[in-house]
Design a binder for this molecule. Structure first.
Ligand SMILES: [Mg+2]
Length: 386
């Protein structure tokens, strides 16, 4: 079975109100910009995948697919996945750093051609996985208490808060208020979004740059609140500081969502930079190589819990990856009502990926990713295609 075409489109998902992600120095977002890839074979099987790109980088990925990826992949054996991954690695090094969403569409087609869901092809470690509600905005403690109680009442057993305040005391006040409201049995994750230089600025141009002492102080205070992990507390290439923080922190340190390529991930692991590694199937490396990375981490008593701040189609790839990893115990589920909700993020799927009343997401049993693109919905949302 050979690849006949690689198509991609950019869609815009309008938000019901402006949304201010904690990591965005540009301020409020009015929509989510998402790339959808389709890999068509000469036997009629079509693999789909979704990546989520900034408004400016989405068109760059489309141009990369048109000019660099399609010409190389068309005619290739669909099952030559290592060969395809190596072509994407070349593109990642020389053209555009995150072409991996194309590889996820290739694997969706492989699963469809085999008539099996991907997580089953990959060992079927689990059929369902606990989801944590991943918030995106920094809100005041009172509002976050209300939000946390809402998601817990809906069945979530874990939630992720963002901290981006001037002082440690303000950051901790938000987490402490939520801990007191939800009680000891709900997992609370905390994301500092300090890994990228750009995220360490705010819309007014001021800098919010954690140093090692702030990260360690915060980690110690969060440990007292029974927090599950502290995510991205320091720049992603500051290997020495990350290693020291992980060694001295009383709670797990997580990160790696945009440390790209297997080489960087292995470097992080060799340096023992994190307790929990968070590569993303659409953004970090070839999805199959991330499974290998999961095994490497497990052999070192380290966990891999993929990053998945993405639309429903983007979550689908990470869901299958997560369900096949030996040490993954959580699925990141973007959920920050009233903006980041399945009615917005999963609209491109004929059936949204929803957690059940106990907070678990069941891995779809259909072949490949087990999800279907709703073409009637996607068509009018499309702003660019190649
Ligand atoms: Mg994060």
């Amino acid at each position: 079975m050979r690849i006949r075409d690689v198509r991609a489109r950019l869609i815009e998902l309008p938000y019901p109100r402006p949304f201010v992600p904690s990591w965005a120095p540009e301020g409020a977002h009015r929509s989510m910009s998402a790339v959808i890839v389709e890999v068509e074979t000469d036997e009629g099987v079509v693999g789909v995948s979704g990546g989520d790109m900034g408004h400016s980088t989405g068109p760059l990925l489309l141009e990369t697919i048109r000019g660099w990826i399609r010409p190389r992949l068309v005619g290739m054996d669909l099952f030559a996945t290592q060969h395809i991954a190596n072509h994407l690695r070349y593109v990642a090094e020389y053209v555009f750093p995150r072409p991996w969403v194309v590889g996820v569409a290739v694997w969706d087609a492989v699963g469809k051609a085999c008539g099996r869901p991907l997580h089953k092809l990959w060992g079927g470690h689990t059929d369902q996985i606990r989801a944590y509600a991943s918030f995106g905005e920094v809100r005041d403690p009172e509002q976050r208490v209300e939000d946390a109680l809402l998601v817990v009442s809906e069945g979530f057993t874990g939630l992720k808060l963002r901290v981006h305040a001037d002082t440690v005391a303000e950051d901790i006040a938000q987490v402490a208020a939520v801990r007191e409201a939800v009680g000891p049995d709900i997992a609370i994750m905390v994301d500092a979004n300090q890994a990228a230089a750009r995220w360490r600025y705010r819309p007014d141009g001021s800098r919010l740059m954690w140093d090692f002492d702030r990260a360690l102080t915060t980690a110690r205070e969060l440990a007292d609140l029974g927090v599950a992990w502290l995510e991205e507390p320091l720049p992603r290439h500051d290997y020495r500081a990350l290693r020291e923080l992980t060694a001295r922190s009383p709670l797990p340190i997580a990160g790696g969502e945009h440390n790209r390529g297997i080489g960087q991930l292995v470097r992080l692991l060799e340096d023992d930079c994190f307790t929990i590694y968070q590569p993303d199937a659409n953004e970090s490396e070839d999805i199959a190589a991330l499974r290998d990375f999961g095994a490497m981490a497990a052999a070192r008593q380290r966990r891999v819990v993929p990053h998945a701040w993405a639309t429903g189609l983007g979550v689908a790839g990470n869901l299958h990856l997560s369900a096949s990893l030996p040490t993954c115990d959580w699925l990141e589920y973007p959920y920050d009502p009233p903006v980041i909700v399945p009615e917005v993020f999963h609209v491109m799927l004929t059936k949204p990926l929803l957690p059940d009343s106990t907070g678990f997401v069941t891995v779809p049993e259909g072949p490949g990713l087990g999800v279907e693109l709703d073409h009637a919905v996607v068509e009018p949302l499309t702003v660019l295609r190649v």
